[in-house]
Design a protein around this ligand. Sequence first.
Ligand code: ZN
Ligand code: ZN
Length: 593
Amino acid sequence: MASLAVQTTPISHPKAHTHSPISLIPKCTSLAQLQQIQAFSIKTHLQYDSSVLAKLINSCTLNPTTTSMDYANHLFDQISHPDIVVFNTMARGYSRSSTPFRAIILFSQVLSSGLFPDNYTFPALLKACAGSKALEEGKQLHCYVIKYGMQHNIFVCPALINMYTECSDVDAARRVFDRIMDPCVVVHNAMITGYARNSRPNEALALFRELQATGLEPTDVTLLSALSSCALLGALDLGKWIHEFVKKNRFDRYVKVNTALIDMYSKCGSLEDAVSVFEDMSVKDTQAWSAMIVAYATHGNVSKAMLMFEEMKRARVRPDEITFLGLLYACSHAGLVEEGCNYFYSMSEKYGIIPRIKHYGCMVDLLGRSGRLHEAYKFIDELPIKPTPIIWRTLLSACGSHGDVDMGMQVLDRIFELDDSHGGDYVIISNLCARAGRWEDVDYMRKLMKDRGVVKIPGCSSIEMNNVVHEFFSGDGERSVSKVLHQAVDELIEELKLAGYVPDTSLVVHSDMDDKDRELSLRYHSEKLAITYGLLNTAAGTTIRVVKNLRVCGDCHSAAKYISLMFNRQIVLRDVQRFHHFKDGKCSCGDHW
Ligand code: ZN
Ligand code: ZN
């Protein structure tokens, strides 16, 4: 043993000479040390000893400091008759790696060698399918699960649900869930998280309520998904209820839960509550600081967002990419071009954070909003990564707000090279052309949309009332909304007109419509339906909170200002871009959004 390299490495142990170096495997902190032990095993003729190989494989698949799936695979190949335990270790390792699908390939070996999968095999394989979005292989595995009679296994069930939701087949996941006799909290969590991740927050919250009705205790995982669903829906009342639950059951000891609360309050329009959660936190990590910076940014409070960043640095908490997204977002919405550029360059130069496409998007937004359209165009053209349609779209909407038709057309060409199926692009250009009186171009765009079969995403606004979220779609008042609401909107508009509101019919881009038709086509926009519904169904003075799936249109924005003044109501409207707080006839965005 005296000649062993092991003795000269940091893994040497006071009692190393009394032990076989094999026992040092769990203490290895680098791949090189593992390889030294393998060298020792060859020297001592233990190179084919499956228990030694299994230990080495275990270390280089699961120990984060020595992870190497290539090396694990090399060792695995030397085992003449691998048992299911070693295979499971390999499958688990692959399922966490950047090449999860290799776990599935390995599984075919297991089947042909006559081994029987056990209840650790399927969770690892299903996780691998989830990681590689391999729905077909996932379904095949589901068949094997049934074949081996493990469809009720406590480890396999949540893994099946997770596989289906990660592969976006949420309904299949629900069928698995519904067949489980006594679903435990882990199974509930998998399903609730699946709904939340697939943007089906209503179903996530419905299941969250069912979970409580069954008497099972929610865990921190349940609460995280429920809170993110509330955030998606803007369901403040339910969010507040969950907050009470969190306090009562001491879940506020989890930093993650507090961070989810900050995010929920911010997205539901209550910045004050977000701040108070943040201030009460005893431990604040990077995510918590970032959530607060993002909250200030989306609420348009730029100076606070920047101040938070200074405090974060003083508290010696390292910023991450989300921190900078918040800062860049804040700067772009306040037109602080220079400050934004400084943050952008410092993030890679000072903190070594590589900008991602979203950061580039913020920069384009920053330049575009301040009217530096040509600079923004050049910036996208020179990106080190391939620009996405979204990043061009950011510039397109800047062209829209600055009324630059020619630049808009140029950008549209670049978008169409990548994707011509997005209805919103045609709408922006049509609006732009309509304002410039270029009706021929407007008609051409409409024809293009029709020929290409492009459909506009219908506007949808939602409002929460007594823990139920009501959704309204633009224009379909006849179908889903009662006649009463329709008439109420009609009456409301007439009242607003008396106070000085003028419908902005220039936003309607049909050249063949007369003014009356144009006005009517604006009238039943989803945000107007939702706000009117709120006015009718809440007590005087209650704040009306509406969430919209697209950007708020100029006409609804103006109507909301009049409503806040005439009915003495605060209206908080969250659109896809930001928050609008309407009060006393004014909006927090200063009409710039
Ligand atoms: Zn509108
Ligand atoms: Zn506004």
